[in-house]
Design a protein around this ligand. Structure first.
Ligand code: BJW
Length: 231
């Protein structure tokens, strides 16, 4: 059994990390499609740096929830036959124990040097303009993927989608591509597809099976079923 799990902001919601498109979402009155862009960063880098510095501090104060724990347990059962592809930039999957994981939209704990292109871990607030550990220039930005930029590790993801027997999407609205199209790739490759989300998403009709409810409840019970079916 090879499994690919795509996670979105909804899996971290019950840990206290706001989602993007629900009421009271992350960007406070701004549509994320307008502000999560390289152009918005060029226009007003300080505001963007401050925003990500604040999110990094906030995520450090919260903990993984039972949905993250359940996926870490699933990895202990399936080993490398499970790949978690997360759109989230928090580290809650890792803190729950997941290791076989791809952060396709980047990582809040990493910075990207706009001078030399190297990635490094963030040890200071980016608003303070720390130097790049590689080239020394003070031109670091958050290592996150904005609209119009290429997501990370699409080759790894594609290979896993084409080889999987089951594809699950957890806590994502299906509003952002290419992630929203993964269900189509997996289904075309013959996988069973399942959506686990609080409510119907934009892509619910594309799934073979749908379960609605909070991730902290529906994910552990789905993981129990997958593990039981295997044994
Ligand atoms: C719960 C819950 C609970 C709540 N329990 N559930 C067609 C094809 C290909 C590309 C495009 C296309 N059309 C347009 C594009 C371009 C564009 C795009 O998608 N635009 C849309 C507006 C249509 N995409 C891009 O530009 C991407 N790059 C790209 O396409 O490169 C070229 C390319 C072409 C072809 C193939 C491959 C590549 C880049 C997209 C970058 C997105 N960046 C962001 C910001 C990241 C940094 C940051 O975190 O600040 O990523 S935007 C934001 O949206 C963030 C998220 O990862 C992403 C998805 O959001 P998510 O996770 O789904 O959150 P929400 O809030 O939308 O939904 C939460 C869900 O949880 C809801 O459904 C709730 O109900 C649910 N929920 N509580 C369970 N307790």
């Amino acid at each position: 059994m090879r499994l690919v799990v795509l996670t979105g902001a909804g899996i971290s919601a019950e840990s206290g990390v706001p989602t993007f498109r629900d009421a009271g979402g992350l960007w406070e009155g701004h549509r994320v499609e307008e502000v999560a862009t390289p152009e918005a960063f060029e226009r007003d880098p300080e505001t963007v740096q401050r925003f990500y510095d604040a999110r990094r501090r906030a995520v450090a104060q919260v903990d993984p929830n039972p949905a993250h724990d359940a996926l870490a347990r699933l990895e202990r059962e399936l080993g490398d036959n499970l790949l978690v592809v997360t759109q989230n930039i928090d580290d809650l999957h890792e803190r729950a124990g997941s290791r076989h994981i791809v952060h396709m939209h980047g990582d809040l704990l990493m910075a990207l040097c706009t001078a030399c292109g190297r990635r490094s871990s963030v040890t200071a607030e980016l608003i303070e303009r720390p130097p790049c550990p590689q080239c020394g220039e003070r031109m670091l930005r958050p290592d996150v993927v904005w609209f119009g930029e290429m997501p990370y590790d699409l080759d790894v993801i594609d290979e896993a989608l084409l080889a999987c027997d089951m594809f699950a999407a957890i806590g994502t609205s299906g509003a952002v591509y290419p992630a929203a199209g993964f269900v189509i790739t997996a289904a075309a490759a013959g996988a069973h597809t399942i959506e686990l989300n609080l409510t119907a998403s934009e892509i619910t009709p594309l799934f073979d099976e749908v379960r609605h409810g909070p991730a902290s409840l529906v994910v552990p019970s789905w993981v129990d079923e997958v593990v039981t079916a295997r044994t």
